[in-house]
Design a protein around this ligand. Structure first.
Ligand code: SAH
Length: 234
């Protein structure tokens, strides 16, 4: 697909505070999101937390009081960083901190975040954050699920991806976000899809999809949508 001319007015701006900006390289340049950024439908800025290190050695972490394994991100670099990033643009920013203990991210939250227009995403590393960074900044804590990954970068990419594809024009076909899993409050997932070949390893395609009767196809598809299985059911 060819790139559209730049619109010049991004629908949403993301500022990401991270120790590893390089992790975002491919994510922000390839495919759908790369195109959205080039077309200025969305604006993404990466900020290296070390800019706000507490000393000339670039220190941003330290050992936890009370002992225990690992290191914590210190409060001053995180607080100073977020305050500086906030002031980089007069538009008020909604601050989100990636945390396994946060509320689980879902499609409804993606829709809600899109409305904020400006988001600061804070990525943790090591054992996480000095609690005072959280107490001072009062960010929204978001988790991508009940498991632990090594840093907040992949979780931040998950959030950005889900929000960005809701921006009008980001997906090639306007209707594709409307038709998708979880697009309304019923929590239904998509109906099954088929493409060529018409027969594969003895499996055919539901006849109705070959009928050309669009009204019946739409009805069939609606009937095939279902509630996602929850942990308890599976
Ligand atoms: N000690 C922490 C885990 C730290 S993992 C704990 O037990 O909860 C390091 C960082 O990765 C976290 O600060 C957070 O920013 C990010 N992270 C890890 N798992 C995550 C998840 N499921 N959702 C969101 N962020 C996560």
């Amino acid at each position: 697909m060819t790139d559209l001319p730049p619109t010049g007015s991004p629908q949403i701006r993301f500022d990401v505070l991270t120790l590893f900006p390089g992790l975002f390289d491919g994510f922000l340049t390839e495919s759908i999101l790369g195109r959205a950024i080039r077309n200025q439908l969305v604006d993404v800025r990466l900020w290296d937390l070390r800019q706000w290190a507490v000393n000339k050695f670039g220190q941003v972490d330290d050992r936890p009081f009370g002992g225990g394994p690992g290191m914590l991100l210190m409060a001053p670099p995180v607080v100073d960083g977020v305050e500086a990033i906030s002031n980089d643009d007069p538009a008020p920013a909604h601050v989100v901190l990636m945390s396994p203990g946060g509320r689980t991210f879902d499609q409804a939250k993606a829709r809600e975040l899109l409305q904020k227009r400006r988001l600061i995403l804070i990525c943790g590393r090591y054992e996480g954050f000095d609690q005072r960074a959280i107490d001072i900044l009062k960010p929204e804590l978001l988790s991508i699920g009940d498991f632990v990954v090594s840093g907040g970068e992949v979780p931040a990419m998950v959030v950005m991806d889900a929000v960005m594809r809701l921006v009008p024009g980001v997906l090639g076909d306007e209707s594709s976000a409307v038709d998708e899993s979880f697009h309304d409050d019923r929590g239904l997932v998509e109906y099954p899809h088929y493409t060529r070949p018409r027969e594969y390893r003895g499996l055919g395609v539901p006849e109705i999809l070959l009928s050309g009767d669009h009204a019946r196809i739409a009805k069939w598809r609606e009937s095939q949508r279902r509630i996602k299985e929850s942990k308890e059911q599976s």
